[in-house]
Write a protein that binds this ligand. Structure first.
Ligand code: TYD
Ligand code: MG
Length: 456
């Protein structure tokens, strides 16, 4: 039989009979790769349940006849994981966990599976040998009699083993190593990933077993292979962080069973990942003497208030073109803030090198960090420290106005809880709000100049 091939865009999964330089779907260049496909197997069944058990099929039902009682979620001992999943693991859900290699995905799920002592867990490892997993488990120092390991990549064999063991939770590490006998192309290719995920999805839905799929992320940050995966699964989590720092963030990208605004924070230690319950304390460096160029922002990441330290260094430029470097903060946003300071405040950053860093190696997306960035820049520019008892929450507009941010009370409450004495917020946040209950001093500011005068 002649083997059929097709071209797949490695970015979005678009299928084409001919090679093309540019993908018509996602408009990326040079993403087409030829893969073998097998389409004409008669009566193709999946590896999971080749024969329909008990002859039942999914017939049309009246919506009112469907019971809407939410099934009990499975609570893991890890409060951060429960939270990002929207309150525990939903039975029959398919969860994709993405992250760069080495970030700690295998550690996180091995650790969680080992801590779930009452249920039977099957950990399918296609990347590491049984010895390697065992060594890691020893390092984590948790023992569990209901934890089973399978080093296998063929979905056919995997489903045979699953039928024997009947696990209550399945973890696949990683989806890129799985191989379905119905598809000819290599593991990790778009058509393989699509097929094996579909098989896992059918298994999860029909057996009501939750399945976690671990997936690697490509350089540009998307889950390797394909966006197509993201809509096949119920929940997409992303595990991120800077490899050189110990802190890791587990973020919800999509969740059919909960909010996508959730976030879990971990610290990588010698014995696996530790949950960080009070992130603010670790993100602010403890120091006695006050240094210039440091300002604290009262941000909200996900649903949680978090105080984050912003560090700036402004120096006389030695080269013709001044340098701008930002870690954990959008570089274009930094350039914008510098332009605002230049134009509205009359500061001459044009002849200075500017370096900006968010402490702890985390990335902050919340625009309320602007005001702290601005103050850190000014503090370094003037070489005058900002008191470590002051924090900031405000977005900066193009005309130099300090704009209101959401959930201001939560931010103020967190700052007060951590012992700050003063918080600078936007004047527009003050309107109609009652801050009488706070003991912390609240300084409303409307423009960049007012901030400057209030600080120095
Ligand atoms: P790993 O879970 O293998 O990452 P991934 O599956 O995302 O590729 O974790 C990799 C790193 O974590 C590795 O560099 C070693 C480190 N690590 C610790 O620091 N402490 C530990 O207890 C464990 C198990 C791993
Ligand atoms: Mg791994």
């Amino acid at each position: 039989m002649k083997i059929k091939t097709a071209f797949f865009c490695q970015n979005c999964g678009y299928e084409s009979a001919k090679w093309a330089g540019k993908c018509p779907s996602c408009e990326q260049w040079n993403t087409f790769v030829e893969e073998k496909v097998q389409k004409d197997i008669p009566l193709r069944n999946t590896s999971w349940q080749p024969e329909k058990e008990n002859g039942k099929s999914n017939n049309i039902v009246h919506l009112s006849a469907v019971s809407a009682v939410e099934e009990d979620r499975l609570l893991t001992p890890d409060a951060e994981l429960n939270r990002v999943l929207g309150g525990g693991i939903v039975p029959g859900s398919l969860v994709l966990v993405g992250g760069e290699p080495g970030i700690g995905k295998s550690t996180l799920f091995l650790q969680n599976a080992l801590q779930l002592k009452d249920i039977t867990t099957l950990y399918i490892s296609g990347e590491e040998s049984a010895q390697q997993v065992k060594m890691r488990a020893d390092r984590l120092q948790v023992k569990n009699d209901h934890f089973f390991l399978l080093t296998e990549t063929s979905t056919q064999t995997i489903f045979q083993e699953i039928k024997k063991l009947r696990p209550q939770l399945v973890i696949v590490d990683s989806i890129q190593t799985l191989q379905s006998p119905f598809i000819e192309s290599a593991p990790g290719s778009v058509s393989q990933i699509r097929e094996t995920t579909a098989e896992m999805q059918r298994f999860a839905k029909e057996s009501h077993t939750p399945v976690f799929l671990i997936g690697h992320i490509t350089k540009d940050g998307s889950i390797a292979g394909p966006k197509i995966l993201e809509h096949m699964v119920d929940t997409v989590l992303q595990f991120e962080g800077d490899q050189h720092y110990a802190y890791r963030i587990l973020r919800t990208i999509k969740n059919r069973f909960g909010s996508t605004a959730e976030l879990g924070i971990y610290e990588m230690t010698g014995q696996g990942l530790r949950q960080v319950t009070n992130p603010s304390e670790i993100l602010i460096s403890q120091r006695e003497d006050q240094l210039s160029g440091v300002a604290i922002a009262a941000t909200i990441e996900g649903m949680r208030p978090m105080l984050v330290e912003v560090q700036a260094l402004v120096t006389q430029s030695v080269y013709g073109t001044p340098q701008r470097t930002a870690t954990g903060f959008d570089l274009r946003r930094l350039q914008l803030l510098l332009a605002v300071l230049e134009k509205r405040g009359g500061f001459h950053f044009g002849v200075k090198d500017v370096f900006l860093n968010i402490a702890g190696g985390i990335r902050v997306e919340d625009p309320s960090i602007d005001l702290a960035v601005l103050c850190a820049l000014l503090s370094s520019y003037e070489d005058i420290p900002v008191s470590s008892k002051i924090c900031f929450a405000g977005e900066v507009g193009l005309s130099g106005e300090i704009r209101a941010v959401n959930r201001i009370e939560q931010r103020i409450a967190e700052a007060e809880k951590l012992g700050f004495e003063k918080i600078f917020i936007s004047r527009y946040n003050k309107k109609g709000a009652d801050f009488g209950k706070f003991n912390i001093e609240i300084v409303p500011v409307g423009r960049v100049e007012e901030v400057y005068r209030g600080l120095f």
